[in-house]
Design a protein around this ligand. Sequence first.
Ligand code: HMG
Ligand code: MG
Length: 299
Amino acid sequence: MNPTRITVVEVGPRDGLQNEPASISTADKIEFVNRLSVAGLPVIEVSAFVSPKWVPQMADATAVFAGIARRPGTRYTALVPNLAGLDRAVDAGVNEIAIFAASTETFSRRNINQTIDESFETYRQVCARAREHDLRVRGYLSTAFGCPFEGPVDPARVAELAERLVDLGAFEVSISDTIGIAHPGQVPRVLDAVLLRIPVERVALHFHDTRGTALANVLAALAYGVATFDASAGGLGGCPYAPGAAGNLATDDLIYMLDGLGIETGVTLTALSEASAFIESKLDHRLPSRFAQAVRSRF
Ligand code: HMG
Ligand code: MG
């Protein structure tokens, strides 16, 4: 049976903007996050405390956190790749952090310059220090449905790594389709393997919509009781180290579908739509969300 309530993790300010070639001003990022807060998003991934040499768009993470107006009830989070990132995140006053491992060695090397095992050793230290600060840690597992460099990925391997993230202390693992290759035939196969190792309450899904299957994948996962989905306003997004990765599942399209199914999210679609239109006005291209396109055409 479908869950009656879903937690939507808004990743637009991080996963979305990290891949935009145009530099977005800190003030515009703050305004974007504030509008997402007003729309009622329960979790907003505001930025990433990664190396500014690797992802220049996220270099102002501290300033963005300092400028946002925090809505009670919303968790403001950020990616953290190492202890240096954790220290910056703590100073910025994050509510929780996210670590990010990969299912495939080549992607791990390209994204964080470490083998998978090396990254787990780094994250073991990050989790230990996060606990000292009473910070919850979310885990991402990239390339879980396919890798741009290595191709298909064995669901058993995904399940094993997801369990290792939980063993490190992650309260939830976001099983991520980095390159938007998953489809509703594959989602059950991956979930069947993952749910043998970790309970469904600890599973989130993170779809990119490269092939137009993201919403269908959510429907397939709802049937398994998965109740947390990542999405980005307007469908912003990609990954700078995954060639061809297109935008995330659009939060607007997801909320429209969940509203239609009578599933509660706490998100107000009209306000979310305004947040998407705001960030679109700062870009040199249209956002891919179909809902946003319909709003633009006044359908
Ligand atoms: P490295 O070059 O191996 O490490 O990078 P390093 O320790 O030699 O650091 C290089 C430089 O960065 C040094 O500066 C460090 O001080 C600095 P220098 O001495 O040359 O002046 N540095 C930092 N500065 C600020 N904050 C830090 C930090 N760490 C090092 N935290 C590293 C290793 C992990 C740092 C690097 O590879 C990195 O930052 N990678 C992040 C890449 C990234 O953000 N990718 C996108 C996010 S993942 C994603 O999008 C997937 C996801 O959406 C799910 C999905 O769809 O699959 C989550
Ligand atoms: Mg992503």
